[in-house]
Design a protein around this ligand. Structure first.
Ligand code: IMP
Length: 192
């Protein structure tokens, strides 16, 4: 089964192909000739995931799924949340956002945070949403490789390593996106 994943983010595509790749052919926006940045104008993860999947389905006619993820930090009243990609401003790097989060969390004793992913699947014009969450804490410094978002400062509950220090397989098996993808996979298998 061919499915468009409504993203050109190489980190996400890699994770998604690791989880679903041997059962489904996952095609990126680039693969269907879509180079546009789809504006994420909703104020919820559900809303943004839905905007992206509808955009692809309506403009290109492909069955597709889209995800939206936010890091919700309790001591910051849920920030950056739906604004995780733009926390330090527009057109900023992952490192700009991570540094802002670390500085906002300076001297905060409550380090609790949660990653949450919502996936919107649109097949034959019908939408289904899936959610995955993982709780953890914000570290006081960056630990591990610095190539994907807030991974170097998020340590999931029950583990000694941040997402950036653990193997891809371990992260995928416990992460927000991994859990939402497992639900998506169960649903897709039942459709076949
Ligand atoms: P998006 O809107 O789903 O692309 O996610 C918003 C932001 O959350 C991204 O720009 C990343 O900074 C961050 N993010 C999403 N997923 C992850 C993850 O698995 N690890 C670390 N950061 C992530």
């Amino acid at each position: 089964m061919k499915l468009v994943f409504a993203s050109n983010n190489p980190n996400k595509l890699k994770e998604i192909r690791q989880v679903l790749g041997d059962k489904f052919e996952i095609i990126s926006l680039k693969d269907i000739g879509c180079e546009e940045d789809i504006a994420e104008t909703a104020d919820t993860l559900e809303g943004n995931a839905s905007i992206k999947s509808h955009f692809v389905y309506e403009k290109y006619g492909y069955d597709c799924f889209a995800d939206d993820t936010g890091l919700e930090i309790t001591a910051l009243n849920g920030a950056p949340g739906v604004y995780s990609a733009r926390y330090a401003g527009t057109n900023v790097s992952y490192q700009d956002n991570v540094k802002k989060a670390l500085s906002e969390m300076e001297n905060k004793s409550n380090r609790h945070a949660m990653f949450r992913t919502v996936i919107s699947l649109l097949t034959g014009g019908k939408e289904v949403l899936f959610e995955g969450k993982v709780e953890g804490e914000i570290t006081t410094e960056q630990l591990g490789k610095k190539d994907f978002g807030y991974d170097p400062i998020f340590r999931p509950t029950g583990y000694t390593e941040t997402f950036a220090q653990m193997s891809a397989d371990l992260k995928n098996s416990i992460s927000h996106r991994g859990l939402a993808l497992q639900k998506l996979e169960t649903h897709l298998k039942a459709l076949r």
